[in-house]
Design a protein around this ligand. Structure first.
Ligand SMILES: [Zn+2]
Length: 150
């Protein structure tokens, strides 16, 4: 999967990018919201962004991305805020709270793309169980074991 990873903290972004590359994903790194807007296009399968991007704040950036009809990829937000402090949470498909656990990052990504055809849009059957609308494959995720069972 091609993931656009936007995080202003260099160390955090680089270490997450390393983990995601080890999982076999292609990572485009963005240091700020301008970088994100420059790199986002239809080839991106998933956007992961920190909620504190600058100079344009993350919710405004995502509103701009969503104005483009062709850009419907899922969005995972990452934040050091607590759940009650998050504004416009409905803009994001998933929110991960820092400090990030590798298992929850892996589970979040696996919940957004089909392990069979790599398509990104699917139906959630229930918590941790998913189905691909394109190829009808069903799969479950065990966050503790990082396992996918189809
Ligand atoms: Zn599929």
């Amino acid at each position: 999967m091609k993931i656009l990873l936007a995080e202003d903290d260099d160390l955090g972004r680089q270490s997450l990018a390393r983990i995601l590359r080890k999982m076999g994903h292609i990572i485009c790194e963005a240091k700020n919201s301008h970088d994100l807007l420059r790199q986002v296009d239809e080839s991106i399968d998933l956007i992961m962004l920190d909620l504190k991007l600058s100079p344009i704040d993350s919710s405004t950036v995502i509103e701009q991305v969503r104005q483009n009809q062709d850009l419907r990829q899922p969005i995972i937000a990452m934040t050091g805020l607590s759940p009650g402090e998050i504004k416009k949470a409905e803009l994001f498909d998933k929110i991960l709270f820092k400090p990030l656990k590798v298992e929850s990052v892996v589970a979040a990504i696996l919940s957004m793309h089909c392990p069979s055809c790599c398509g990104v849009l699917k139906t959630t059957i229930n918590k941790n169980e998913y189905m691909c609308e394109d190829c009808n494959v069903k799969w479950q995720i065990s966050a503790e074991k990082n396992e996918v069972t189809t």
